[in-house]
Write a protein that binds this ligand. Structure first.
Ligand code: MIC
Length: 650
């Protein structure tokens, strides 16, 4: 049978289940990626499981999120992570080396391999023909321990690219076009596979831009073939030996197909406060801006910075605009320095920040109240920038630079400038000194974990009770993101390894009384949350499940869930169930109390669950847990389940 690229990758790594859409499959994982904001928990989980050494071909830990060191917390985490990588046999990418996704792609990723990462944008590695998926830290820890990664077999959505990108339109506009067509739920339960003659005009780093933001469509992942463009990329990165071809077979088909004529695209922009809120730039042109922000894993390539530099060369950005330059990696920063383009950026008024994620996750560079910020980052959920009432637009580097020059949102085609041609440096500055290799086993066994005072252990949670009577203490609408459940940003992120402290920020953006109310009834059995569509979209941060669980969350009933957050809820023993009739969402109010009974017998047997709304009647809901996940739920979460499994073996 002729296979597409996604099917080939899955087939080659399938160790449990069958490739039938919607059924849970278990995959062998070759590589893992963790970053500091989620990695501390992963390392604590490895410690809790008593792992001696990771079993993957390559696991890498990056320090790219929590870079601002205003007190001991972030640097303590960095040192803890470094010690843990030495202890467990993991690569360590030091602070300053850059954002995990581009660095991993450049230095460690390989075509044909699978990867899970504790960051939703792990899918960016699909740009080089990997099957790379974001997941909660617990799942990544298990993959590092050599266990399979479980996911529902997705539909494969083939997007055929034809034509060629016009001048002033680039990769970011391609993914924004897909978001314009399908919105933030368009990719749920799907792998997006790009193919067709249009691929020729997209280099590997352009594909990274597109694959990275597949996460914004809620897709399981995105894949590209490993073709001539990917070969050139590996050659440039001096890793020609790691390249291999991976293409769809002749006659391969897709579950769903769609075509995009690249020649018909125009500059696009996602308006506040959702990556799915996409319109042509010309529709919002003229709005004054306060900030133009270049960088992040969504536009991390040399080209993305060089084009901005060429556009602002010899000019000054508008006097009311802050042009923030966030190099995605040290390699890129060195290259821009060598080619002199950094000079042009700075001379034009650019403010240079360190290599890393920075303002993309609200770690600095928060915009002023009510002012428009144009960013090349992947997300603009409410408050993510660090400013509560923010107004963040997502766009290409071309649109951001044009707007920085004029001081208002500008379609770059209206600048009247020739489209600059960017050449990639012939020899990029490859320097592996900030990427420490795993220690040999004898040495790693002698390494002690270095834990600062901010690093706490994960508490034990009890198994799922057979019946639960739970007050609804919070009812939310559609598309609630993990940024709204548990914010990022400079205030909150430093507590990523301290559950008790970070839990105080839960839902703070939406309702700052949640923490107190939840804590008030935690010892009485906890509470339930009611959600709308796409509950928990966005990041993979398992803290968004773990912190509410710590505060007594036992169940979420929603219209439907985003994949990674749904998995995280299960992993921490929070029962995720869905309304069968959407109208029932309306029937439940904030003050109601819900009763679910006989869970130990009903969950393993049937998908339907009866929920009694006290004083109002009964509604029918359903769960879509696999047999394995039902066991995990009943055990009270993945850690308990793993321990039970080990106890059974002994
Ligand atoms: C994000 O882009 O939202 C993040 C910050 O990278 C997260 C991870 C995190 O919350 O630490 C993600 O994408 O998973």
């Amino acid at each position: 049978m002729a296979l597409n690229v996604a099917q080939k990758l899955i087939k080659e790594h399938l160790i449990e289940g069958e490739m039938r859409t919607g059924e849970e499959i278990g995959l062998k994982i070759d590589q893992t990626l963790t970053q500091d904001a989620t990695g501390t928990l992963v390392m604590l989980e490895l410690e809790a499981m008593g792992i001696d050494r990771v079993k993957t071909e390559a696991s890498a830990q990056y320090v790219d999120h929590n870079l601002i060191q205003v007190d001991h917390k972030n640097p303590d985490d960095h040192l803890f992570l470094e010690s843990a990588t030495r202890r467990f046999g993991v690569y360590f990418s030091k602070p300053g080396n850059g954002v995990s996704h581009p660095v991993h792609m450049q230095r460690i990723g390989k075509p044909g391999k699978t990867m899970v990462g504790s960051d939703s944008h792990t899918c960016a590695a699909g740009s080089i023909g990997m099957l790379a998926m974001g997941a909660g830290g617990m799942e990544v820890a298990l993959a590092m321990a050599g266990k399979p990664f479980y996911v529902k077999m997705p539909e494969i959505w083939g997007v055929k690219l034809t034509g060629e990108l016009p001048e002033w339109v680039s990769a970011k506009d391609v993914i924004l076009e897909l978001l314009r067509r399908h919105g933030v739920k368009g990719g749920v339960g799907r792998i997006i596979e790009f193919y067709g003659p249009g691929l020729k005009c997209l280099g590997a780093m352009d594909r990274h831009v597109i694959a990275n933001m597949g996460a914004e469509l809620g897709a399981t992942t995105t894949v590209f073939p490993s073709d001539e463009e990917v070969r050139k990329f590996f050659e440039l990165e001096e890793r020609a030996g790691d390249w291999k071809e991976l293409k769809a077979d002749k006659g391969a088909t897709y579950d769903i197909t769609e075509e995009m004529d690249l020649s018909s695209l125009e500059p696009l922009i996602a308006k506040p406060t959702s990556p799915g809120n996409v319109v042509p730039v010309r529709e919002v042109a003229g709005e004054p801006i306060y900030q133009a922000y270049i960088g992040s894993s969504a536009n991390p390539g040399y080209r993305d910075f060089a084009i901005v530099a060429e556009m602002v060369k010899g000019r000054q950005v508008s006097s009311n605009v802050s042009l923030d330059i966030n190099p995605a990696s040290r390699q890129l920063l060195s290259d821009l320095t060598k080619t002199g383009l950094l000079f042009e950026l700075i001379q034009a008024g650019g403010r240079l920040h360190q290599a890393g994620c920075n303002g993309c996750i609200g770690m600095g560079q928060a915009p002023a109240t009510g002012k428009n910020s144009l960013r090349t980052t992947p997300r603009n959920f409410p408050g993510r920038s660090g400013t509560k009432e923010d107004s963040v637009f997502l766009c290409s580097p071309e649109t951001a630079a044009a707007s920085a020059l004029t001081g208002k949102i500008t379609d770059p085609r209206d600048l009247g400038m020739d489209y600059p041609q960017v050449e990639l440096p012939e020899h990029p500055t490859i320097n592996n000194e900030l990427l420490e290799k795993p220690l040999p086993l004898e040495q790693s066994r002698k390494t002690e974990l270095v834990k600062g005072p901010n690093i706490s252990t994960i508490p034990e949670f009890e198994p799922l009770p057979d019946s639960m009577e739970l007050p609804v203490i919070f009812k939310v609408g559609d598309d609630i993101s993990t940024d709204e459940i548990l914010a990022g940003g400079g205030r909150v992120l430093p507590f990523r390894s301290n559950l008790e402290e970070i839990s105080k920020f839960t839902f703070e953006i939406l309702d700052d009384t949640y923490y107190k109310r939840a804590m008030g009834i935690r010892e009485q059995g906890g509470h339930v949350i009611i959600g709308g569509n796409n509950y928990g979209q966005g990041s993979s941060r398992e803290h968004a499940a773990l912190a509410p669980r710590y505060l007594g969350l036992r169940c979420v009933i929603a219209k439907d869930f985003a994949r990674i957050h749904w998995q995280n809820l299960v992993n921490f023993g929070v029962l995720p169930i869905e309304f069968i009739h959407e109208e029932d969402y309306e029937a439940i109010d904030d003050e109601d109390t819900l009763l679910v009974k006989n869970l130990h017998t009903t969950l393993p047997k049937a998908n339907e669950i009866q929920v009694e709304v006290k004083g109002k009647g009964t509604i029918n809901a359903r769960h879509s847990l696999s047999k394995r996940q039902v066991e995990v739920m009943l055990a009270g979460g993945l850690i308990n389940w793993v321990k039970q499994g080990e106890a059974a073996v002994q």
